[in-house]
Design a binder for this molecule. Structure first.
Ligand code: THU
Length: 142
């Protein structure tokens, strides 16, 4: 099913950039956005949401995936991520942190495309496995 959906990478990049505008980042001032494409074509956005106690901070990727799973989605096709200082458009690629890579691994195929976005025209494409090789996932529990 997942393979049948044509991925509009530019549109997904734009969705990540739009989601980034919702970031709540009073401590790091580093705003991140993510857009997660589901097999049925729905896109779930996410932003990072920080906390005065720091460690409860939720990354943009996890905001997107947890929102989607709560809405009944479990079949994911691609994710786009962008980030950078909150006073400007992204100038560097923002790779997902290790915790978010592992959370993606729970629900996504190793081959799932991950698009790192500076703008709709500057996109670095990799895969979940490219970011998290030799990973531990649900099937390893037997
Ligand atoms: N952040 C994300 O939202 N996603 C990542 O994968 C990397 C880091 C956020 C967490 C924190 O709010 C800020 O970026 C600085 O680390």
């Amino acid at each position: 099913m997942s393979e049948m959906l044509q991925i509009d990478v530019k549109a997904l990049a734009e969705a990540a950039l739009a989601a980034r505008k919702r970031a709540y980042v009073p401590y790091s001032h580093f705003a991140v956005g993510a857009a997660l494409l589901c097999a049925d074509g729905q896109v779930f956005g996410g932003c990072n949401i920080e906390n005065a106690a720091y460690s409860p901070t939720n990354c943009a990727e996890r905001t997107a995936i947890f929102s989607a799973v709560y809405q009944g989605q479990r079949d994911f096709v691609a994710i786009a991520v962008c980030g950078g200082p909150d006073n400007a458009e992204p100038v560097e690629f923002c790779p997902p942190c290790g915790v978010c890579r592992q959370v993606l691994r729970e629900f996504c195929a190793n081959s799932m495309p991950v698009y790192l976005v500076k703008s709709a025209d500057e996109i670095y494409a990799t895969t979940l496995e490219g970011l998290l090789p030799k990973s531990f996932g649900p099937e390893d529990l037997g």
